[in-house]
Design a protein around this ligand. Structure first.
Ligand SMILES: *[C@@H]1O[C@H](CO)[C@@H](O)[C@H](O)[C@H]1NC(C)=O
Ligand SMILES: *[C@@H]1O[C@H](CO)[C@@H](O)[C@H](O)[C@H]1NC(C)=O
Ligand SMILES: *[C@@H]1O[C@H](CO)[C@@H](O)[C@H](O)[C@H]1NC(C)=O
Ligand SMILES: *[C@@H]1O[C@H](CO)[C@@H](O)[C@H](O)[C@H]1NC(C)=O
Ligand SMILES: *[C@@H]1O[C@H](CO)[C@@H](O)[C@H](O)[C@H]1NC(C)=O
Ligand SMILES: *[C@@H]1O[C@H](CO)[C@@H](O)[C@H](O)[C@H]1NC(C)=O
Ligand SMILES: *[C@@H]1O[C@H](CO)[C@@H](O)[C@H](O)[C@H]1NC(C)=O
Ligand SMILES: *[C@@H]1O[C@H](CO)[C@@H](O)[C@H](O)[C@H]1NC(C)=O
Ligand SMILES: [Zn+2]
Length: 310
């Protein structure tokens, strides 16, 4: 989760000065040292991301369906920006909302951005039973009715919707992503931004089943790692065509263009924070989320073998 370079009212938490103080590799403050930054919460007990171990998740009947407002609006996404740590899309202020899904109140969508890795095609921040997907998309929203300068003082001041992104062979499944990707060649350097008017958030999420999701309380995944986030991680990944993620594909059309371009090769990716300890936190799931069959099978198999051996 990134909060710097956002709508102007976020400037009290974020500054380009802070952006230069930390990194993922190649500077003094890599993730292990983020907690040493002044005002940092990165060494706290409720940090993100985490590994979602489905065998310990409990179903919470209170996690009902979400209500999404203006996710299908073509005027919602204002621009795509290379902010040096990610690719971020800013959303028209006070236009797009989310509520329900067990959230306490209404949340206003501020921006979304991505985490990824180039080395081995596995750069999501959260992992699902240890599996790291190629990318993760974070839709960052702020609770309505809280003053912007106080959002980070509430443990649910922000709600982030996290979607895994997977690469698939299926035909033209990712047409909107091709459009999205076509813009990336225009922002090869930090600070560049391009205006967007023909993509919607719904287009990008596609047919992911939004009734299947995990929930836990955590933090921003970038400094200062404030513990102010209600996390939602959707179980099904967004599927984009694998060619969009391939370094062998035409550079201009690569989804992760910024990491294939020479200038930025060592710039943005990998931009995921290592897994943080759960420290006794509860991970819950919506009632529609499938139970972890495979894990149960492995458990039965291993207890079968251990009983044979003992
Ligand atoms: C992109 O949108 C953000 C948020 O409104 C704004 O601060 C920034 O100036 C915009 N960039 C461009 C190039 O329009
Ligand atoms: C975890 O959440 C479930 C579902 O809401 C609840 O039944 C359970 O008591 C919680 N466990 C803890 C340790 O808070
Ligand atoms: C949630 O949405 C699903 C699919 O749209 C639907 O089947 C289900 O009945 C809804 N649940 C509630 C509580 O409205
Ligand atoms: C959704 O967008 C329309 C404009 O496209 C706007 O009139 C309406 O107020 C928005 N809804 C909310 C809840 O902001
Ligand atoms: C992916 O590469 C990173 C180094 O770039 C490494 O730390 C990580 O263990 C690798 N993950 C897998 C699943 O191979
Ligand atoms: C937030 O701003 C309001 C005025 O807009 C002020 O009254 C309040 O004390 C500020 N809160 C914090 C935590 O700075
Ligand atoms: C995918 O391609 C088929 C055949 O060319 C076409 O009928 C269909 O509308 C396309 N689907 C999308 C979502 O573009
Ligand atoms: C979206 O807009 C861009 C820039 O104007 C254009 O190049 C592209 O063809 C458009 N894509 C679609 C699907 O309309
Ligand atoms: Zn993020």
């Amino acid at each position: 989760v990134f909060l710097h370079v956002s709508t102007s009212f976020w400037s009290c938490f974020s500054s380009s000065a802070l952006a230069n103080l930390w990194c993922y590799s190649g500077c003094g403050h890599t993730p292990e040292h983020w907690e040493a930054l002044d005002e940092s919460h990165c060494g706290g007990q409720k940090q993100s991301p985490i590994d979602i171990v489905t065998s310990v998740v409990t179903i919470d009947p209170n996690l009902g369906n979400f209500t999404f407002v203006n996710f299908s609006s073509q005027s919602a996404i204002k621009n795509i920006t290379n902010n040096g740590h990610s690719v971020q899309c800013d959303i028209e202020v006070d236009m797009v909302e989310v509520s329900g899904g067990g959230l306490d109140g209404e949340y206003s969508v501020l921006q979304f951005h991505f985490h990824w890795d180039v080395a081995n095609n596995s750069g999501s921040e959260h992992t699902l039973d240890g599996h790291r997907y190629p990318m993760e998309m974070h839709i960052v929203t702020a609770k309505k009715g809280i003053l912007p300068n106080e959002t980070l003082n509430h443990n649910d001041g922000l709600a982030v919707l996290g979607f895994f992104i997977d690469a698939t062979e299926d035909g033209n499944i990712s047409a909107p992503w091709e459009t999205f990707t076509s813009y990336l060649k225009d922002i090869p350097e930090e600070g560049l931004s391009v205006k967007v008017d023909n993509i919607t958030i719904d287009d990008l999420i596609g047919n992911v089943d939004r009734t299947k999701f995990y929930r836990y309380m955590g933090s921003l995944t970038t400094p200062y790692c404030n513990q102010a986030v209600v996390w939602t991680i959707f179980q099904e990944p967004i599927k984009v065509h694998k060619d969009l993620q391939s370094p062998d594909f035409t550079t201009e059309k690569a989804l992760m263009y910024l990491m294939y371009s020479e200038k930025q090769y060592n710039g943005i990716a990998p931009n995921y924070r290592p897994i943080q300890p759960l420290n006794g936190r509860n991970i819950t799931a919506s009632p529609a989320t499938p139970p972890p069959h495979q894990v149960v099978l492995i458990f039965i198999t291993s207890s079968f073998f251990s009983s044979k051996l003992s």
